[in-house]
Every structure is written in C-alpha cells, then in structure tokens.
Design a protein around this ligand. Sequence first.
Ligand code: NI
Length: 167
Amino acid sequence: MAILNIVQEGDPVLGKKCKYVQEITPRIIRLLDDMHETLEDADGAGLAAPQVGILKRIAVIFIGEEILDFINPEIIAAEGEQEDIEGCLSVPGVWGITKRPAKVTVRAIDRKGKTFEVTGEGLEARCLCHELDHLDGHLFTERTVRTLSYEEAMEYTREYNEKKEEK
Ligand code: NI
C-alpha cells in the first residue's frame, strides 16, 4: 500500500466528471487500498478518486468505525435538510456551512462486485454527498452558505470530538 498525493483546489482534475468503473481489476483494488491508507494518514472522513488524480467513480468513506469502498455510487434516496460544517482534504484550512439532506441512502458496488446500500445521517450524510459531488467535479466550497473562521471551525470540531467521546 502507499500514501497517495492529494490534489489541491485549483487543479483541473477536481472539476471533471469521473468515469464509471466497468471492471474491478487488481489495479482498482490497489487504488482502493492506497486510498484507505491515504484517508487514514490524512485523518479525513472520506476521499474520492479524483482527489488522488484518478477520474473514476470511486470513493472511500468512514461509515461508523470502518472505511467502506464505494464504486459507481448513486444517491437513491434523500430526505430532510441540515446545515452543518464541511471541510475537504483538497481545500486545506477552509471550512464552511453547507446545506445538505439530513439523511441519504447510497447504492454502490463493493470491491467484490457486490451491490450494497448504506444510509447515513448527520455527518455521514454530509460526507456521502460531499464525496459523490467530487465524482461530478464539484467541491463543497460551491455549496457553502457561510464560510467559517478558523476559531468557529475549531469550536465545531471540539463539539464533535466531545460527542464522539460520549458514545
Ligand atoms: Ni472533499
């Protein structure tokens, strides 16, 4: 496995629409493994293939305690609304409040080629929307209703960590 270089905002690769994966080859498996390692190393919530320069519809996202592989993911249901904090490994040092569905269900293929569905709420719903946006060339900064100062962002992060510790 290897830690991949994360592409930063301004690179044209982040604005492109990704292609569907036609076949899960050993190369795709290696990409998934490398993306897992890169996500853990960067301490992020999710990572999409274009962020490592690969224009394929692939993302790895923390759901609960584990990182799931999403190949050719689609949002099949969304309900409610939330406004909360988002950041992106490709846009370091910037946080904003975005408007997203409160709950989303995504259908995707796993690395074994099996179709699965996952439903996320709160942070997981935001993360699913955020990573799927990357596959169509969109960054969260296009969706922010308000940009946060560093202090505000740290306050949000502190609240999340406290909630996590309570569990
Ligand atoms: Ni991102």
